[in-house]
Design a protein around this ligand. Sequence first.
Ligand SMILES: [Zn+2]
Length: 331
Amino acid sequence: MSHKKGQEQTLDAKKAEYNRPYLGDELIENEEFAAIFRQRAYAMRHDARELRAQGITLGPFLEIGAGNVQRSAMLMNEFGVDGVATEISFKSLKNAQHVYTLLDFESGPLLICCDAHHIPFLPNTFAFVFAYQTLHHFDDLRPIIAECHRVLARHGHFFFDEEPVDSWVRRMARGNRMLSHPPTRAQALAMKIGVEKLFWDDGEHERSQGITEARFDIDEWREFLRPFKVESVVVNRKLKLRSDLYKPALTAFLSSLTGGNIRGLCRKDNGRPVTQPFRERLMCVDCQSDGLMMQETYIVCPNCVRHYPIEDGIASMLPLEVAQYVAAPIN
Ligand SMILES: [Zn+2]
């Protein structure tokens, strides 16, 4: 399978994502899993407090790559905002119920199984769009960022937190070494102090499962984020290299050398403000019509009459071609 940049995520990669496993009760009973989801939810709480303190409006929100929904649910339950958790893996969304039990949450966001290349909402719908550890699962971020930008309302914010800014220094340090599963003793030690990405991991394990694992250099990030006004970007959690990406500065230069995780806050300055509840702004991903009607067990498009099923509280809104491909049995 080819992973050249500038290509769309392939249907096979979408299928691999769609079929991520259902954890069910194991999510609560397996202490290791439980700890991961608690930690992710608490990290969201920390970030949301910081964003709110900066005056950022956190809702209505849309999360892409919501995984098991711990972050969106945290926003709803502790920050009093409403929104949508989207994710291509249907089974991950099904895990949400167990996450709510684990974290003692009373309610959850609207759950939609969809493809981030085709977000099923009209333009100018959300005040806050965010993604954690998701954007590296696409070969090219331009169409994804364009969708996030489209569904954001005027003055809305896009927030992201991602591992991989790659660099020639990293590629040299890494050579062709891969992280083994289970990790060797040296790798386990490196993971403990957080440098395994520098010396081993370029995502080969996920790639071997058919999941897209891309690594972007800082000049690619600059290009990807162009639709937005970039308010702040921090590269490399350990070194905290603040950079506005576009002005030549020492920090930007250092970021391009060290690579590392990247988190950023961007603003949309055009478009229209939020005017309507997001539930009234669903859009058909096949014919781009509005006026979709949500019933108990399906959502229907008044124009092409496509019926999107709602099962286990999850609306499946993949484009027809993608829906058929990812749900077909794996051979
Ligand atoms: Zn339609």
